[in-house]
Design a protein around this ligand. Structure first.
Ligand SMILES: C[S@@+](CC[C@H](N)C(=O)[O-])C[C@H]1O[C@@H](n2cnc3c(N)ncnc32)[C@H](O)[C@@H]1O
Length: 203
């Protein structure tokens, strides 16, 4: 339900009410996200509105394999894990910065999802070339000038019907051109939070 807020604006329900845990595992992940935010172990992490969208899309396509570029301290990874707990899937997430990668590992452990997540440290442009398995969901959230290269390297692995999600769409005009000019792709932009391009690889 939407709620009336100041100046007649209708607040989306996602702003009005936090997610409600359905299982103890979900509760532990949500509590970990809240604790990280409170402790300030943050670096350019997705806001909750975007994290919730990542979770919903991932669960909706029943993703078993998620690849994330740009782990930071693990907040978006934890939102993915809420979905992966249900689908039985795995997240492989790439991070250049050693300190952030190690904080993310600590957070995944704290949330009890370390068995679902592989953090790959180093330059993702190089490291993604080692991936071989089909991917259900890709999330691009590293340096913005790298998005087109990541797309070129990962799109062949994305299964038909899979999704490519790209954060901060207003900062990636070249990427937006590519994903909106191919008959093989269908893209919409979700403008809440940091803005996210949601691209379907057509069947
Ligand atoms: C916006 S933050 C990611 C936020 C994270 N997705 C979240 O919401 O919790 C971007 C991250 O990408 C990482 N990064 C930048 N260039 C990279 C590269 N070439 N390979 C891997 N990671 C990279 C940065 O170190 C930074 O931690």
């Amino acid at each position: 339900m939407a709620q009336r807020s100041g100046r007649g604006r209708v607040a989306p329900a996602s702003e009005a009410s936090p997610p409600i845990a359905r299982t103890p595992a979900e509760k532990k992940v949500l509590e970990t996200i809240n604790e990280i935010v409170k402790a300030g172990d943050l670096y350019a992490n997705v806001p909750a509105a975007d994290g919730r969208m990542l979770r919903i899309l991932t669960e909706a396509v029943n993703a078993k394999t998620v690849v994330e570029i740009g782990t930071s301290t693990g907040i978006s990874g934890l939102w993915f894990c809420l979905a992966l707990e249900k689908t039985g899937g795995k997240l492989t997430t790439f991070e250049l910065d050693k300190t952030r990668a190690s904080l993310a590992r600590k957070h995944f452990k704290q949330a009890g999802v370390e068995g679902r997540v592989t953090v790959v440290e180093g330059d993702a442009h190089q490291n993604v070339t080692n991936l071989r398995d089909p991917i259900d969901v890709v999330f691009l959230d590293a340096e913005k000038e790298g998005y087109v290269d990541y797309l070129n390297k990962l799109l062949p692995l994305v299964r038909p019907g899979g999704l490519i999600l790209a954060h901060n769409t207003n900062m990636v005009p070249e990427y937006m051109k590519v994903v909106t000019s191919s008959a093989d792709l269908e893209t919409v932009v979700y403008t809440t939070g940091g803005g996210m391009a949601v691209t379907l690889k057509k069947r």
